[in-house]
Each structure stands twice: as structure tokens, then as C-alpha cells.
Design a protein around this ligand. Structure first.
Ligand SMILES: [Zn+2]
Length: 384
């Protein structure tokens, strides 16, 4: 089995207090050991990282990419394209994320994406499964989701979609106040799908009802949900206050103001996760909500409504460190260890523990991606 010694680097350990110089020994697809900076190994190939920082590969629980724009027959090939693109940004695992669509399109997407998530990932980030964002959300909080497709969950459709997912649906975002939400949450729990609350104007009592039945995550805190008010906390207030909930945030400086990111990070601590909510439309592309405009930072519908981001997780982590003034290792944890923990895969991914997969992001001093490693091989850049 091939052994590689990654030397002259600083380890950004999401489980450590902060960054520290070290050496990483890789054996085949795994991390074999964390060693002192001057460690040697006779039979290992030495790779000098010239002082760069090494973090676990980023894990994106909410990535739309190009796949949501694909015609039905091309969904699989666009997922593979997205998977390769993500390596440029240090992402080694992601959830293929849908939007609210009418029945036939949603069904086709789930079937094709589940198939893509079952196939060997090759030289791309690993699709860890599917995240269905809607369609069982609140029309008034749809954001850029196609409103015509927003509907209430009905048992037959819920069960059909979950069956088509063949166990690959890992997360589903729904509004807890819609009629049928409790039935939906019961089905999600039965199928081991994370019930995530979002696109909602829920009062906190609506959310507590589904939390009693197993809901435990909040999707893009503050965006597409009722505003926090000190006498009407709603879903955002509950998310901040209730320690049973983890929350993800779009940390691009536009979706949530940097000051709000700062107090949110303080309030949530380890419950804060980072997502990209990224879309990669070709010019003129439309996923069902109308034409999109790229303003250089985010995507918007013609009326100005935010419609997903142009964010990468490398920038999200760097932004979090800057906005919230937290150490780099803690910002990295929000995009590695914590999503892995939520998915229940932290024994394999999201850490620098011996035994974990050698999926790594090699970063420069500002958090930009220099290299990405997948299963003990450098896969980005591919030459040089
Ligand atoms: Zn989204």
C-alpha cells in the first residue's frame, strides 16, 4: 500500500484548539497518523507542502451547481460535472440539492440523482446523497423557489419520492407549519432522512411540534424565513435558542450581514454549519423560477429576490473567520466536522483523525485552495 508523508505544513484540525505545525502520514486511501513536524518515514514518498495549511476536505450539504438546470436526460452527467468543479474549491463531499419542482420533474431528478450518488465518484467530489429543498414549503417564504410547484405534503407522493431515492435522500427541507408536516417528519424519521426546517414563516410552536418528532436542523438561517422579533421569535429565534437544533448559514456577506454572522456564531457555537447554496447557471439558464441575474456576488431573480449564491465553501470558511473573529480551525470545523457529524459520517470524513479518509484541502494563508486530495491522491490541480 502506498505511503505518503505530507511535510512542512500546518494542520487545521477541526477538533483541535487551533492550527499547529505537523506532518500527516497517508496510507492508501486513509490518514494513518499525525506526526511531529520533523517526523520521517523510510518507505513513504515525501510531499513538501511549503508551509501550506491542511484541513479535511470541505463537505457541502447544500449545493445546486449545474444539475438543477439540466434536462432530465442530462442530470447524471451534470452531477458529475459539478463533482469535478467542486474539487477546485476543496470540496470532497456534497449533497446533490434539488429545488421545488412539479411532480414529474422532481421524481425524475430524484431517480437520476440517486443513481449518480450510487455510482463510483471517480475523479470528483463524492456525492454523499441528496438534499431535497422543498417542494413542501411555505409559498410566502419560497424565496426564489418556483412558487407554482410549492404544495402540501401528501402521504402517497412523500412515500413515492422517498422510495425513488432508494436510501440516498439524506436531508429534506420543509416548512413545519404546512398541513401534513407531522406526517412528513414521521416518514423522514422512518427513512433516516434529516428533517431540516426552512422556507418557512413558522411560529416557534409549529417548529417545536415537528422537533418533538425528530426534526433537528435549520436550513439557511435567516434566509427565506420570518424575521426574528424579540416578542415573536419564530423559527430564527428558536434556532438561536434551542440547543437541539443545528443551523446552516450562507456566509457570503450578502445573504446575512457580517455583524449578524458574528453574533450568530457566538450564539450557536458548535451548532453552526456552513453551506454554499451555490448555483452555476449557463447564461440564460432557468430552473423554473424565471431568468437569473448574476450581480457578481449572488444570483437574483429579475425583481431582486436572492436566488442562491456564487459562494464556495473555502470563501465561506474564510468569511466566517473574518466576520466572527474565530480561529481558522473553528471556521473550518463548520464546513467539515460539523456537517459530517450531522450526516453521521464523521468516522470517515470531516476530520484529520487516523483512520479517516485522506480527503484533504490544502489552503494558503488566506484560506484559498491550493490543492485537493481525495482518498490519498492529489486530484486538484491535476498537473504540475
Ligand atoms: Zn438552495
Amino acid at each position: 500500500m502506498s505511503r505518503i508523508l505530507l511535510r512542512n505544513c500546518v494542520l487545521l484540525d477541526p477538533e483541535g484548539p487551533d492550527e499547529a505545525p505537523g506532518t500527516l502520514l497517508l496510507e492508501g486511501e486513509r490518514i494513518a497518523a499525525r506526526l511531529a513536524p520533523d517526523a520521517e518515514s523510510e518507505d513513504a514518498r515525501v510531499v513538501d507542502l511549503a508551509g501550506a495549511r491542511v484541513a479535511p476536505g470541505f463537505l457541502d450539504l447544500h449545493h445546486h451547481g449545474r444539475a438543477i438546470f439540466a434536462a432530465n436526460h442530462a442530470i447524471g452527467s451534470q452531477v458529475r460535472h459539478d463533482a469535478r468543479e467542486l474539487l477546485r474549491h476543496g470540496v470532497t463531499g456534497f449533497l446533490i440539492t434539488s429545488v421545488a419542482w412539479p411532480g414529474p420533474r422532481l421524481a425524475e431528478f430524484v431517480t437520476s440523482a440517486a443513481e449518480a450518488a450510487s455510482a463510483p465518484s471517480g475523479d470528483g467530489a463524492t456525492p454523499l446523497g441528496l438534499h431535497l429543498e422543498g417542494p413542501w414549503i411555505r409559498a410566502e417564504a419560497a424565496g426564489a423557489q418556483p412558487r407554482v410547484a410549492v404544495r402540501v405534503p401528501e402521504g402517497a407522493e412523500v412515500r413515492e419520492i422517498l422510495a425513488r431515492g432508494e436510501g440516498r435522500i439524506r436531508m429534506l427541507t420543509y416548512a413545519p407549519e404546512v398541513e401534513g408536516a407531522e406526517m412528513l417528519q414521521d416518514e423522514l424519521l422512518r427513512h433516516c432522512v434529516i428533517g431540516a426546517l426552512g422556507h418557512s414563516l413558522a411560529r416557534h410552536l409549529d417548529a417545536e411540534r415537528v422537533m418533538e418528532r425528530g426534526a433537528r436542523h435549520v436550513t439557511h438561517l435567516y434566509n427565506a424565513m420570518g424575521a426574528f422579533h424579540h416578542r415573536a421569535p419564530g423559527l430564527a429565534g428558536l434556532a438561536l435558542a434551542d440547543e437541539r437544533l443545528t443551523c446552516d448559514l450562507i456566509c457570503d456577506g450578502v445573504h446575512v450581514d457580517p455583524q449578524v454572522v458574528r453574533f450568530t456564531a457566538r450564539s450557536l457555537g458548535e451548532r453552526l454549519l456552513l453551506i454554499s447554496d451555490r448555483l452555476d447557471p449557463e447564461p440564460g439558464a432557468d430552473f423554473g423560477a424565471g431568468p437569473l441575474r448574476d450581480d457578481g456576488v449572488a444570483l437574483r431573480l429579475e425583481d431582486g429576490t436572492l436566488a442562491g449564491s456564487r459562494l464556495t465553501l473555502e470563501s465561506a470558511a474564510a468569511n466566517l473567520a473574518a466576520f466572527a473573529r474565530v480561529p481558522a480551525a473553528e471556521a473550518v470545523a463548520a464546513a467539515t466536522l460539523r456537517p459530517a457529524r450531522l450526516l453521521g459520517i464523521e468516522a470517515q470524513r470531516g476530520t484529520l483523525r487516523p483512520g479517516a479518509r485522506a480527503d484533504l484541502a490544502v489552503l494558503d494563508g488566506r484560506g484559498g485552495v491550493l490543492e485537493t486530495w481525495l482518498g490519498g491522491r492529489r486530484v486538484y490541480p491535476t498537473t504540475g
